[in-house]
Design a protein around this ligand. Structure first.
Ligand code: GLU
Ligand code: ZN
Length: 466
């Protein structure tokens, strides 16, 4: 048997971390058994579907390297096929037209809720003799007795009583088929062997199995993944910006770290945190997927991304750095040594956005100084200090690490300053902050011209006036 799985998102919003974990697990399961992975876009709800989201789904899977072997199939292109199936179900008396008005359904629901009953359709139209020509939906005639049992690959045996299930709508009043119908037709047509999806679909499963049985279609295996909650412990939604995948792509996270983060969110192998793609495929199993929900933890994702940021080659980082700047219209000084800058900063950063942000004073001018910092660390010195700094910097022959270090030592001694004083003074002038990598490296990377320019700027803009 060839294992076939699918990822079947509805294009009604941007993908979030939870959707992507479903895609990843389905992909891994197929790859593990040399099977195929199918992409299907469930876009029959024409009011809510939007082609920009379909494009986003395709782009995201490509970006993450979750390549599909078949598809993308669009359900909206298969309406005729679904209609044939619906007609077949009608003919075989497995389905019927329901003419109930919205109003009746709402009232029925209210009454049931009042009686503390589970809201469900009461089968009013099931045995209607006459077929009218008015607006109607089509419902599947769910068996009334017996049970539906399935072995969920994650959760074990699951049993539903048919008496709990009402007659699900399979065709809307606008003539379009519904999710529960399309999903089983497509899974059957594409020979899906394993349906791996979110646990929010568990309640749909017995209805889908009943429709499959009515059609004498093979029933696939199921694996329902538990939910991922956000940091506030509520279920993720497409509007959850913290877990929106676009944000991570934009901020320069790596596909590898997203996948590593996600595989561990609900699955584990010993205490291992970092897995190569090959290891993921080799080690993943549905049996080790946990049943309880997992909560999204940004810190951990940052930790994994930091790992990859410090692992990939410096040449790749230079490319990604430049790409980020172009996308965000950041213009860099010409002739900067981006490689050295990145080497100096990457240990302190978790993603490309942070990397670009944290070294900004090495690629553009400081236009606004923080006056509090200036007051505390710079303006406490007399003008002579700055003038002699400039003079000594000009005299410095070699702009090299060891010369700068001994220069700073000598200069601080001669001027009764500690090394800390002089470092902070220069740090504020050169970086407009009190946190930076060691000041010697900053001086070297900025170069003599810019160092002098910044000291001069401070003299002209602030010292003269004092
Ligand atoms: N389109 C459904 C969703 O986005 C998935 C249905 C399924 O996997 O069966 O939740
Ligand atoms: Zn009805």
């Amino acid at each position: 048997m060839i294992i076939k799985t699918r990822f079947a998102p509805s294009p009604t919003g941007f993908l979030h971390i939870g959707n992507i974990r479903t895609a990843l697990y389905s992909w891994l399961f197929a790859k593990k058994f040399q099977g195929s992975f199918i992409l299907r876009i469930e876009d029959t709800d024409s009011n809510r579907s939007c082609s920009k989201y379909s494009t986003h789904i395709i782009d995201t899977l490509n970006w993450l390297g979750l390549k599909w072997d078949e598809g993308p199939y669009f359900q909206s292109k298969k309406i005729e096929r679904y209609k044939d199936i619906i007609n077949f179900l009608l003919e075989k008396n497995h389905a019927y037209r329901c003419y109930c008005s919205k109003n009746r359904i709402i009232k029925l629901r209210e009454q049931q809720l009042l009686k503390k009953e589970k809201p469900r359709y009461d089968g009013f139209c099931k045995n209607l003799k006459i077929q009218k020509n008015s607006t109607h939906v089509i419902r599947f005639k769910n068996p009334q007795n017996g049970t539906v049992i399935f072995q969920d690959k994650v959760r074990g045996e699951i049993i539903f009583n048919n008496s709990e299930l009402d007659d699900v709508v399979i065709q809307r009043s606008n003539g379009l088929p519904t999710y529960n119908l399309c999903v089983i037709v497509d899974d059957y047509d594409t020979k899906i062997t394993h349906v791996i999806r979110g646990e929010d679909h568990i309640n749909n499963t017995p209805r889908q199995i009943n429709i499959l049985n009515a059609l004498k279609f093979t029933v696939p295996q199921y694996a329902h993944l538990s939910m991922i909650t956000n940091e506030q412990k509520t279920n993720l939604s497409k509007r959850d910006c913290l877990t929106n995948i676009l944000k991570y792509q934009k901020d320069g996270f790596f596909p590898e770290s997203i996948l590593n983060y996600l595989i561990r969110l609900g699955w584990s192998y010993k205490n291992q945190e970092i897995f190569s793609r090959e290891e993921m495929i080799e080690l993943f199993s549905l049996h080790s997927v946990k049943k309880s929900s997992s909560s999204f933890n940004l810190k951990k994702l940052l930790w994994i991304n930091h790992y990859y940021l410090n692992k990939i080659s410096i040449n790749n980082l230079v490319v990604l750095f430049n790409e980020y700047c172009i996308k965000n219209k950041i213009i860099l000084y010409k002739n900067i040594d981006l490689k050295e800058i990145i080497i100096l900063f990457k240990k302190r950063c978790s993603n490309i956005k942070e990397l670009v942000k944290s070294c900004w004073y090495l690629y553009k001018n400081i236009s606004n100084y923080d006056t509090n910092l200036l007051k505390k660390y710079v303006l406490i010195y007399k003008k002579e200090i700055f003038l002699s700094l400039i003079k000594k910097f000009l005299e410095l022959n070699n702009w090299e690490q060891k010369n700068i270090v001994s220069f700073l030592k000598k200069y601080s001694l001669n001027n009764q300053l500690t090394m800390k004083d002089i470092s902070m003074l220069l740090r504020v002038i050169l970086t407009n902050s009190i946190n930076s990598p060691n000041i010697t490296s900053i001086i070297i990377l900025l170069g003599r011209k810019k160092v002098l320019h910044r000291i001069n700027f401070i003299i002209n803009a602030y010292i003269k006036k004092v």
